[in-house]
Design a protein around this ligand. Sequence first.
Ligand SMILES: [Zn+2]
Length: 489
Amino acid sequence: MIYREIDALIKYAEKNLLLPKKNADFVRNNIFRLLGLDAYPGNGEGVGEVLDETPEKLLDAFVSACTADGLFSPDEAGCYCDAVMGELMLSPKDVQDIFEKKREEEGSEAALSWFYDYSVKGDYVKKAVLDKNPRFASQGLIITINKAKPEFRDPKKAVSGNSTKTGYPKCNICHENEGFAGRSKRTLRTIDITLGGEPWFWQYSPYGYFREHGIAVNYTHTPMYIDRGTFTRLMDFVDMFPAYFIGCNAPLERIGGSVLAHDHYQGGGEILPMHKAGATYILRSPKYPDAVVEVLDWPGTVLRIVSKSRQDIEEIGESIRAKWVAYEDRALGIIPQDEKGVHNAISPTVVKTQHGYEMSIILRSNITSEQYPDGIFHAHPEYHMIKKESIGLIEAQGLFILPGRLERELGEIEVLIAEGKPLPETLQDFKLVYDDVVKRVGSTSDMGMVKAAMREELGAICNAILENTAVFKDKRQTVAFMNDLGFAL
Ligand SMILES: [Zn+2]
């Protein structure tokens, strides 16, 4: 019965979304208007206490009641749930005010955690769906199989920022999306922040890949770029929110994020594997006695600047950036720019620790060749059945997000191996995986062993993909690169 479900949602909002009692009738009427209802038989009668802390079950019941009454069709359910939850939530201004108050009284970590929780309770962050994604550690990396988000194989789309036909909002991360029904963003709430003296905002990702995964976005719809100011803005962010890391994707096709048309950074509350990596070499310069640059013990090419001085980080970071974007070594396939455009870019990412700022700079190149049309420094074709999408900042830091289809495909292969059956024609793309897992386990019917071997195999492949992305395959080449900037062992 539809009224009962609406009343249950109102009670849920009073308990979890800070809906004031004073607004309950008003909000209920807004929901009635949305659904074209005009006769209300009671005032919450029959609804007991609502104990739910997330809205999924209540929304399921609401959708069932609405579709049974013919108020909307099952494929409109997502839009209607978004609209109803949007009505139940606080306004953006109220959310910002509570956030600021918590930050003053309890600190930034408590404020962020409240805001994350609010985004989950408001159903913007689909945590229940995300928690169902398989996730495991393997070979020093973290691997998740993402069942919530469609595979994103066309890097061209990233350039346009997935813009819609009407041109409003300009792209799917513009601030104007807050509350925009056209993209089912009625439940989006953002927090204003200042980075490098400019207005930016922070929001959580509905497809969060790790703990409290979000994006910091420029208020202005301006393309991704990286310059000295980027280091400043990243450090401003971790000064404000020291519990989070924040990084910027390389602003180029094929090696960057899925939205290049709008300047933004990615961050969140989890320390990713790369942040924990040790150093193969530690370099110093007499010009910067209080800083070190580490060549990371990591399959990609990464330099980590460690210093308590913001100025050191900015200057060293900028010198690495400037050198890399002009760097050429044809023998290694590194060409900074040609008739196809710019190919070299950095991807910086920072955490704050007891050592000060740890600004890691990942050297990237998106150059292609006849042999590697998707990129010389991209996952090579033998691994495309596992990962063909861009290796962006998150993967480069050791958290791999693999396409949802793999759960079924790899599941089938595990069964075949346990049953001692050969690989059928339809799964020939996975010959490498099949052969390697068989090599790891021999002949066994123990599914547990096969599954464990499959996870190890995925870890090995993801490490090999990161090695593909390394612009210097030998760490001594990375040292030589830094020698030119006055840093030595
Ligand atoms: Zn935009």
